[in-house]
Design a protein around this ligand. Sequence first.
Ligand SMILES: C[S@@+](CC[C@H](N)C(=O)[O-])C[C@H]1O[C@@H](n2cnc3c(N)ncnc32)[C@H](O)[C@@H]1O
Length: 378
Amino acid sequence: MQKLTFAATAAMGLEALVGKEIEQLGYEKKVENGKVIFEAPVTAIPRCNLWLRTADRLKIIVGTFKATTFDELFEGTKALPWEQYISEDGQFPVIGKSVKSQLHSVPDCQKIVKKAVAERLKRKHGIAYNMPETGALYRIEISLLKDVATLTIDTSGSGLHKRGYRVGQGEAPLKETMAAALVLLTNWKPDDPFIDPFCGSGTIPIEAALIGQNIAPGFNREFVSEDWFYMKEKYWQEAYEEAEDMANYDQPLDIHGTDIDHRMIEIAEKNAFEAGLADLIRWKQMQVKDLTIKEKNGYLVGNPPYGQRLKDEKEVFQIYHDLGQVMNNHPTWSVYILTAFEQFEKAYGKKATKKRKLFNGFIQTNYYQYFGQKEKGD
Ligand SMILES: C[S@@+](CC[C@H](N)C(=O)[O-])C[C@H]1O[C@@H](n2cnc3c(N)ncnc32)[C@H](O)[C@@H]1O
């Protein structure tokens, strides 16, 4: 198979980070709204699925064409070389979405695409082909945007945020992809001290540790494309070997996770154990007010309660105020807080050096960033 065109999908606001990750894997990319497009050989499927920390999924773009009528959608779909991607016994369910397009009935679009792919495969496999759909899974998506149809096949299976380590969670866990993004948006280096004082189920410290030791986030899970007929076993083996070679298990880390709730600390410990990081992160039950910091030049990254979901506003204001008081005594530390609480800077007691809008699921948040005054020689 020659080069394929891929779309790595991303949460709003994280596209540029996903683009950077793709570039680091050696592929030239184009960053668009909600996705990053790139061309690469088939070996990008295992590599990207294993390595992408901030993308939601990796999809193959089978084709793009204009479609304002069902006929155009049918003919355009049938003209694409589906037999190159889907095995004779392959299952190919079709999901869909339509935005600002004349073809707005998504169930009808799904049915048409299913029919067109089936007809194409029949032409290839002969009259006896009766869509057994007993084999590997090739999930097709028809996505219409301003009358342009894009047809993709998902290579990931469950979303890439499912790393395989989360055995427990609290009330408002952060998606692993978002937690990785929060870490990657800082200037933290693996040798620097790192604290999440609102660690909950431990997602941010765990993602930081994976980044710190350069461990591929997908190392402990499976991907739907592992079963595909053109995904030779050696492609996966080579990607796993590369991941093993690139991991730096000797990198010492100074990562702490603390939380007021002892049940959260137990969950975080279990999740870290599942991630293979049992001895690498130090966990402790503690309220932010009592946080003690001994080192200099560290990074504090946190996703505290927002006042909407977990605690009421007054209580949240006090928590942010406590955090501001504590960090006031540690000017060499950089502080990064994700919250939807509009009064954050007022409560914290200082204007942020920088603010970045991010979506945590459907909640619009700000990522408040305070850059520490670095001291040399510490
Ligand atoms: C939004 S959750 C964090 C979720 C976490 N990022 C995860 O992925 O599981 C906020 C956490 O802050 C903790 N918390 C609330 N008040 C606190 C305080 N005063 N000091 C420390 N932690 C606090 C809660 O127990 C909760 O686990």
